[in-house]
Design a protein around this ligand. Structure first.
Ligand code: HAM
Length: 417
């Protein structure tokens, strides 16, 4: 019979990894909490329609990557922004003082080809600020992500930003670009020509010599922004400059979700391979309205927890402290051992009970290996009921003590005189 395994593209989080992930969570709780972001949790699955409308019918995510099931037309969430906007509308958060600042950490699901840093179930930490179009908020979220990645020692970072303007300006630009590409069709690669109508922007990514020459003179979306959108982008950049955060303007920055308007940004890390995106986001001023709420601007980001850890420095992880290891050598004293350890924990000590049937010698070795400060052996030969042999592992000395003396000694950190 074949042994069951975790499905392709998924992974188990073992205790030693859980400790590093907890550091990400604690750091996010501190940095985002200090900035006034409240934690939100939404369900793991949502109506399929929320993502079709919110993320966009034409995106790879909706077309190819969603785990959807027929029962009630539900989908395992591929991302967190549309669900949070859904919650914002559902709970009438527009009636609260604006903007509403929220953060989240949870698992997301995309049917992608698994590779290093790309999974089918992965975790994101994210932040969304909903209810204000102030460019200071765009800068705020970018700076918070920069601080989070810095605190987690994510190396080799590069920040790229751009502005997509309004959907109307974008549609007009697309038409101009399509016409420009048609005018230069004979100089372009056949592949680019075949995609002119479907996705003209992809021509900017081509490595084909002739195409590159043509694209160097192509109209750019950033030059085609409305005056208001251009001002907004200038203001965001000015604030990032004032904060001293380095970035590159990348007019070809594209994100895989359709809801973006105005600012978009992405952090990549050299420490990662092909999947170099650590975190990204942008403004989504039409999204809340698109899913049935009042017209409400918003901006935010999400970062992949696994990619943060892959690209992150070694975060010191503390081992559990064992102040007291209790070993009932005589099985008749098991109950006493469990009660003693329970009482020790209630007194604030880290206490564990031996449960592998080790000998007196084996128990001492194990207590040493796990760094126990004291070892209490119950039921060693000649040991009277209600008494224990208490060993100070640091000093390498031991005394026979009354059972009631064990916890006070461990609390004091010394054997009785
Ligand atoms: P996204 O760029 O699709 O944006 O995902 C954000 C981050 O999630 C990526 O930068 C990457 O680190 C991680 N990620 C994505 N897919 C995978 C995968 N298959 N395996 C491992 N990690 C992955 C969003 O999801 C938007 N909701 C971000 C946003 C928030 N925009 C505005 N607010």
């Amino acid at each position: 019979m074949s042994r069951p395994q975790a499905p392709r593209g998924t992974f188990d989080v073992l205790p030693e990894q859980a400790a590093r992930r907890a550091v990400v969570e604690e750091t996010a709780t501190r940095i985002l909490g200090d900035a006034g972001y409240g934690r939100i949790e939404t369900p793991t699955f949502e109506a399929t329609d929320l993502f079709a409308r919110g993320v966009g019918e034409a995106t790879d995510i909706v077309q190819k990557e969603m785990y959807s099931f027929d029962d009630g037309a539900l989908t395992l969430r591929p991302e967190g922004t549309a669900p949070i906007c859904r919650a914002y509308v559902e709970h009438g958060m527009h009636k609260l003082a604006q903007p509403v600042r929220l953060w989240y950490l949870g698992s997301y699901y995309r049917h992608e080809a698994p590779q290093a840093g790309r999974h089918r179930q992965f975790w994101q930490v994210g932040a969304e600020a909903i209810g204000s179009a102030d460019p200071a908020l765009d800068a705020e979220v970018v700076l918070l992500l920069a601080d989070l990645l810095d605190a987690l020692a994510v190396g080799g970072l590069r920040l790229r930003i751009s502005s997509l303007g309004s959907p109307e300006a974008r549609a007009a630009y697309r038409e101009r670009l399509t016409a420009y590409l048609r005018d230069h069709e004979s100089e372009l690669s056949p592949e680019v020509v075949s995609r002119i109508d479907h996705n003209p922007l992809r021509a900017f990514d081509s490595a084909h010599e002739g195409t590159r020459r043509v694209m160097a003179g192509a109209p750019r979306l950033l030059d085609a922004l409305d005056a208001e959108d251009a001002d907004h982008f200038a203001e965001v950049r000015a604030i990032l400059d004032a904060a001293g955060l380095p970035y590159e303007i990348d007019p070809t920055l594209v994100r895989g979700l359709d809801y973006y308007t105005r600012t978009v940004f992405e952090f990549t890390s050299e420490a990662l391979g092909a999947q170099s995106g650590v975190g990204g986001g942008g403004r989504y001023d039409r999204l809340v309205e698109l899913i049935g709420g009042p017209a409400t601007p918003g901006v935010g980001w999400a970062a992949g927890v696994e990619r943060i850890l892959l690209a992150g420095g070694e975060t010191p992880v503390s081992e559990p402290v064992v102040d007291l290891y209790v070993a009932p050598i005589d099985p008749a004293r098991r109950a006493e051992a469990v009660v003693l350890a329970t009482e020790a924990r209630r007194a604030g000590l880290g206490a564990q009970v031996e449960a592998a049937g080790r000998s007196t010698k084996g128990v001492a070795k194990h207590a040493d290996r796990i760094g126990a400060r004291f070892l209490a052996v119950l039921g060693e030969e000649g040991d009277a009921a209600g008494r224990a042999t208490l060993r100070d592992m640091e000093a390498g000395e031991q005394r026979e003590v009354g059972r009631d003396e064990v916890i006070p000694c461990a609390l004091r950190g010394e054997l009785p005189a």
